[in-house]
Write a protein that binds this ligand. Sequence first.
Ligand SMILES: C[S@@+](CC[C@H](N)C(=O)[O-])C[C@H]1O[C@@H](n2cnc3c(N)ncnc32)[C@H](O)[C@@H]1O
Length: 203
Amino acid sequence: MKSSLFMGCWDFLQNFFGGNTEKIRLYTQFSNCKPSEKVLDFGCATGITAIGFKECEYLGVDIHLPSIIRAQEKYPAKDFPNIKFLCVDAYKLNIEDFDHVICAGTGHHLNDNDLINILERLTTKLKKGKSLHFIDITITYDTPLFARFMYMIDRGRFIRSKLEYDLLLSQLKNVTIEPAKIEKVIKGINRFRMIYYEIKKKE
Ligand SMILES: C[S@@+](CC[C@H](N)C(=O)[O-])C[C@H]1O[C@@H](n2cnc3c(N)ncnc32)[C@H](O)[C@@H]1O
């Protein structure tokens, strides 16, 4: 069970050291969402990267109610009319026809079975020909020691290599998957390596 105090401290530290700014840069760069496109952010937590999508029609969903309450406080509807949040299990979400689904930072918290099931489910939320953007930390030969230490203490127990992701994601049906891109996180306290897959729903 996630503690709200831990969540608040983590959010504060990442903001302070620039990690959240770096996530916003990467997520918006990878997904390349255009103004007024419909975006679903699965596992949005406290709306950490929502600001990057303020010109889009953004819906952040998370199963953890305190995170959603915090996100709604950070982004009041009167100031951010395009940003909305919903506390829901993504398996039970009954809204669809999104131009983009973002699944970021959540994969390493899910075992193979749960991850594949949720990605299958999320791709059904997309319009045909549109993409799910899978973004997560990964392990590479050049991951610095400090980042490896952070991986060790991360609560997500399923940090995967590119090879492991390639094998796992190849199980998805009715999608095409672009080859992975790996980026270095250059700001923040961690120097993580981030992996990105564009998973496109077939026409
Ligand atoms: C590690 S956080 C990722 C936060 C953010 N996307 C980021 O990139 O930093 C993963 C989030 O996924 C949420 N989550 C896990 N399973 C979920 C589900 N079935 N439906 C909705 N949210 C879920 C968790 O509550 C958690 O807030």
